[in-house]
Design a protein around this ligand. Structure first.
Ligand code: HSE
Length: 442
């Protein structure tokens, strides 16, 4: 049986997970692929660092270049993270025409276009299943399973930390800061939670999915991002009463083509990350705790749902192994017989600026309960041609500050933002307005 040798860079949580999984299921993979995958070397930062699964000392080296440059290493895994040295490592392996498997979403987000171009130039492939949603095979599904579909819409709960926090806020009626502190003490959230709770991790992942789905590389700076720090218990409760659940969503939506498209028009796609009210009856509303899910609507297949663990040594190792298997097949049959992992094909595509994106909205205002207040607010919205769908104001006493909840019809984000700025300046509005978009999956 043919053998391919794997050179691993990174032997931490994911790397040791891959090592362990291959010890466990290597023979099974060999019988499925007709190729034996043998780990040749693992480059690590320190040989004695603690790792979830032990890697025998004989595999370890401190010199990643010795892994990449070893002529007996056929495939390289980059599992170190970061965007600087990781880029150098990946480029070094691609230049030697070695297929590379990475789990590094930040690297792809920042340098994906360059790295895929390098892979093409050197006649090899760069695989990245583990970079998005850990164990969920969403990359392979998009690039292979849905190759015959235009992806109309894709909605992802792609950050386990945020989903954990929002799930607990809802089930326990707790505030964001309290749940975050507890999640940090239990190891569900990082000591510096910004990457997760401010939406940047989701931005990296949704940018990769959007690029793959639409065939042009989506630049991170074009993705509108809002995190979940401003979500309060009050908003969770009002949303619940209205039949909604708040989730942090990555959203990729293709806009309908104009009635008379010009030759220069490419596809226009919304690519955003923000917390949204979603109907509590929708399947994504029941995705709880640290789980991830991706809902994909294709023009041929219709609606599909992918669910699973988005992080962790074993789920991520499963994704890395699937890529290693593809890379091994590249070597067995030649890369040119296979569809590369990312093919730019929609070169005129662009991301729609958030101000041009239309959505529904939930707005919570803190207003003085006094005659004429509602009229002032309604007249600002009316002048902007923004329609109110429903209103809730819990009973209070005249003159008190009360919450006023408005559900707003579909309107572009730009005019809605400007109307809210005007509303915020009214003397009867006593706190900055809270606005959360509503997604109904229509
Ligand atoms: N920090 C991520 C999450 C996992 O909370 O989902 C790694 O992508």
């Amino acid at each position: 049986m043919q053998q391919v040798n794997l050179g691993m860079i990174g032997g931490g949580t994911v790397g040791s997970g891959v090592f362990h999984a291959l010890q466990m299921n290597g023979s099974l993979m060999a019988s499925r692929l007709g190729i034996r995958i043998h780990i040749a070397k693992v480059a690590v930062k320190a040989c004695d660092e603690p790792r979830p699964y032990e890697i025998p000392r004989s595999f370890l080296t401190l010199d990643w270049r010795s892994v990449v440059n070893d002529p007996n290493v056929h495939i390289v895994t980059e599992l170190v993270g970061g965007t600087t040295i990781a880029r150098t490592m990946v480029l070094a392996a691609l230049r030697l025409r070695k297929p590379v498997v990475t789990a590094n979403k930040a690297l792809l987000s920042a340098h994906g276009e360059e790295l895929f171009a390098a892979a093409k130039q050197h006649g090899t492939n760069l695989y990245y299943e583990a970079s998005v949603c850990g164990g969920i095979p969403i990359i392979k599904s998009l690039r292979e399973g849905f190759v015959g579909n235009r992806i109309r819409q894709l909605y992802g709960i792609v950050n386990g930390t945020c989903n954990y926090i929002l799930s607990r806020m809802k089930s326990e009626g707790a505030e964001f800061a309290d749940v975050l502190a507890e999640a940090q003490s239990q190891g569900y959230a990082e000591a510096d939670p910004s990457l997760d709770v401010d939406g940047w991790d989701s931005q990296h992942k949704i940018g990769i999915l959007a690029s793959l789905a639409h065939g042009f590389w989506v630049k991170p700076q074009d993705i509108y991002v809002e995190g979940i720090r401003h979500i309060t218990r009050a908003d969770m409760e009002f949303a619940g009463k209205l039949g909604y659940t708040i989730k942090l969503l990555g959203i990729v939506k293709k806009m309908a083509a104009p009635a008379k498209p010009r030759k220069t028009d490419g596809s226009r796609v919304q690519v955003s990350v923000y917390p949204a009210l979603i109907p509590s009856a929708h399947v994504l509303a029941s995705v709880s705790h640290v789980f991830n899910a991706v809902f994909v609507r294709g023009d041929v297949v219709g609606d599909t749902l992918f669910y699973g663990r988005g992080a962790g040594k074993d789920a991520t190792a499963s994704a890395v192994l699937s890529d290693v298997a593809d890379a091994a097949l590249d070597l067995k049959f030649g890369t040119h017989h296979r569809v590369p992992p990312f093919v730019p094909h929609e070169l005129k595509g662009s991301v729609l600026p958030i101000d041009e994106v239309s959505s529904r909205y939930y707005v919570r205002l803190s207003v003085v309960d006094r005659p004429g207040v509602m009229a002032k607010i309604a007249s600002i919205l009316g002048a902007a041609r923004i329609g109110i769908m429903s209103i809730i104001q819990p009973e209070g006493h005249e003159g008190e500050i009360v919450p006023l909840i408005l559900m707003i019809h579909d309107a572009p984000n730009g005019p809605m933002r400007k109307a809210l700025e005007k509303i915020a300046r009214l003397s009867v509005v006593k706190a900055p307005p809270v606005m959360i978009r509503v997604e109904t999956f229509e």
